[in-house]
Every structure is written in C-alpha cells, then in structure tokens.
Design a binder for this molecule. Structure first.
Ligand code: TPP
Ligand code: MG
Length: 348
C-alpha cells in the first residue's frame, strides 16, 4: 500500500531531478555560445537530460534499499537521484571536478556511487550484464538484495540486454529490467527499429513476466514495480517492465530536433508526470503548503550542490593516468616521468 510518506518522497525526487536538470541546462549553456563549442563552459562534453522520465525512476526506486544495485544508461540523473546518489559529488563529477564521484574523469554519463550501489554508462544496454552479475552475487551470498537495470527502448535489440534476460531467467536471478520508452532513440522513432509493439513483449521469448505501464504515472509505476521487486526479493526471479515516458528535451543539449514533429514535443510537455503527481498528492489530502515545502527543499538542495561543485578544484593533469587500470598490464608505463613502478604495478 502506497502511503503518504512514500508519495511525498517520490514527488520530492521527481521535483529535485527536474530542478536539477533545469539548473544544469543553464550552467551547461554558459560559455558554449554562440558557436556551441561542446568542450567550453563549466560543464564540458555532452549532456543528456531526462526531463519527462522522472516517474520511471521514482516508482521503481521507492522499493529499493542502499544494498540493492541500480545501473542506468546515458540519461541517468533522475535515476541517480531516486537511488540516493550523493548529489554534491555527482554534481562535481558533472562539472569535471576532483571531488566528483569519478574524480572528474567520467562526466555525467559515468557516475559511480558504491555507497548506494549505483552505476551508469554511455554505452546503451551496457548496464544489463553488470546488474545480472550483482543479482547473481546476491543470490550466491544468500542475501535478499535485488538489482535493477534501466535501458531505453532504443536498446531493446542489443545483445547485452537479450543475453542478460536469458541468464537472469535461466538462473532465476533477482533482477528487474526497466525499459524507459520515450519513443525516440536519438532521431530514430521506435517503429523503425523494432516490430514488437512494446518492449515488455521481449520477456515472452525468455519465459519471464513482462509488463508495460502505459503512461508516465509514478503511482502506476510504483504498483508494477511493487510486484516485480517483490518477486525478485522473494527469490522468484526476474521481471521485465516497460514504462511509457516522454522526452521533453532533445536527445542531448544542442540537438536542434529537426526530425521531430512539433506536436510530439508539445504532447511530451503536456503529459507531465510531475503535474500528475501533484494532482495525486492533492487527492491524497496532502495540502498545498506541504507540497510547496517539498519543492522549496528540493530547490535548496540543488542550489547547494551546484554551488559546492563549482567551488571544487579541477583535477591535476597528472591524475589523468591514475585509476586507469585496476591491475596495469606488465610493462605499462604512464607518460608522466614522476610515476613510479610501484604506483603502476609494473613488471619491476
Ligand atoms: C552500443 C552503443 N551503440 C550506439 C550508441 C550511440 N547512442 C547513444 S544514445 C543512443 C540511442 C539510445 O536510445 P534509447 O535507448 O531509446 O535511449 P534514450 O536516448 O531515448 O534515452 C545511441 C544509439 C551507444 N551509446 N552505444
Ligand atoms: Mg528512447
């Protein structure tokens, strides 16, 4: 049963994610004008925003604990926030700072927070095999933790995803796959890349349950995930969920979206899961002042994280050679002369 506290928590995550991305957008554009130089400004590199997809993160992560593993793709902020990733260190990572989650070397598509078992990757469907591995580890250790792998609908024909479905099913692993169907894979509409009507149908080929949540309603996602995560935690194996979400923005910041009909973008904005959630909160009897308080708190948290991150030092050039290999190959020597064989683990 979905109580008021969980509803409010889900709303707060969703609003935090939206505020956060609105602020990232402003920071990102600073310094990139007028020629849109992708390496310029306080946030270097690409930036994929997930505005419009928050329900898929909140509805699933509301069932998770820190010990559960979550992997996300290149559009990760909403999921990271709902999983409880440290917002300050995540922001420092996005700004390329030394105190970032990956010491400023990964950027926004490579956020790793071992404290809450979160990882993401710019390679699509790449999070599926590690999630299966985490689920296998939990099962072998006799723990009741679960793993959740997020992917986009554009990744549902990737080998890594299909092989993961198979392994998870064969070994009855505690893993939930969540497809965020935002209708687009960069500029490619779904019906150009697959003949299945919805991604949840992929489950049938592997004899595991598949379910689609047709609208980006966090409460409907919560209910579907209740069953899926519960099934995994109780040792009854994997589930595939698909959630219809909407991409309010371009594929990445700077995408002119010439391929996208204006009506599609307009519709995405109208079907806002956050507005829907506000109506749900009001119907549950939560008063406007409480909702306002949640909004203000999320706003303050976002500002604090961004201000903190911007104050953090940038990595030193020498640090580029650190943490590259866990176990460097024999004879591998990094370029800086100061680095010793002991540091590199070379063949001394
Ligand atoms: C293995 C691989 N192939 C191609 C790419 C390039 N690429 C980046 S995002 C993307 C489309 C992803 O679409 P979808 O999975 O629907 O996620 P969305 O961007 O819609 O969130 C592609 C093809 C990649 N990152 N990894
Ligand atoms: Mg997509």
């Amino acid at each position: 049963m979905l109580g008021d506290t969980t509803l409010q928590e889900m709303y707060e995550w969703m609003v935090t994610a939206r505020n956060y991305e609105e602020r990232l957008q402003e920071e990102y554009l600073e310094g990139k004008q007028p020629a849109f130089d992708i390496s310029a400004g306080p946030i270097p590199g690409e930036l994929h925003l997930a505005a419009g997809q928050e329900a898929a993160a909140a509805g699933v992560c509301a069932h998770l604990r820190d010990a559960d593993t979550v992997t996300a793709p290149h559009r990760p902020h909403h999921v990271a926030i709902a999983k409880g990733v440290d917002l300050k260190r995540m922001t420092a990572e996005i700004f390329g700072r030394q105190t970032g989650l990956s010491k400023g070397k990964g950027g926004h598509m490579h956020l790793f927070d071992p404290d809450v078992n979160f990882a993401c990757s710019g390679i699509i469907a790449e999070g599926c095999p590690p999630a299966v591995g985490a689920a296998l580890a939990a099962k072998k250790r006799g723990e009741d933790s679960v793993a959740v792998a997020y992917l986009g609908e554009g990744a549902i024909s990737q080998g890594g995803f299909l092989e993961s479905l198979n392994l998870a099913s064969v070994h009855d692993l505690p893993v939930v796959f969540v497809i965020e169907d935002n209708d687009w894979a960069i500029s490619m509409p779904k019906d150009r890349v697959t003949d299945v009507e919805n991604g949840a149908q992929r489950a049938g080929g592997f004899d595991l349950p598949g379910r689609r949540v047709d609208q980006d309603d966090a409460v409907a996602v919560y209910e579907a995930a209740d069953e899926a995560v519960g099934r995994a935690r109780d040792g009854n194996g994997p589930t595939l969920l698909e959630v219809q979400v909407h991409r309010r923005m371009g594929h990445f910041m700077g995408d002119a979206q010439g391929y996208r009909p204006d009506t599609d973008e307009e519709q995405a904005k109208q079907r806002d899961s956050i507005t829907r959630m506000e109506t749900t909160l009001e119907s549950a009897g939560i008063d406007e002042s409480t909702i306002e308080e949640l909004r203000d708190r999320s706003h303050d948290r976002v500002e604090e994280a961004i201000e903190w991150a911007k104050d953090q030092p940038e990595p030193e050039p020498d640090e580029a050679y650190e943490d590259v290999f866990a176990d460097p190959p024999a004879g591998w020597t990094p370029a800086p002369e100061s680095t010793t064989a002991e540091q590199t683990g070379g063949d001394d």
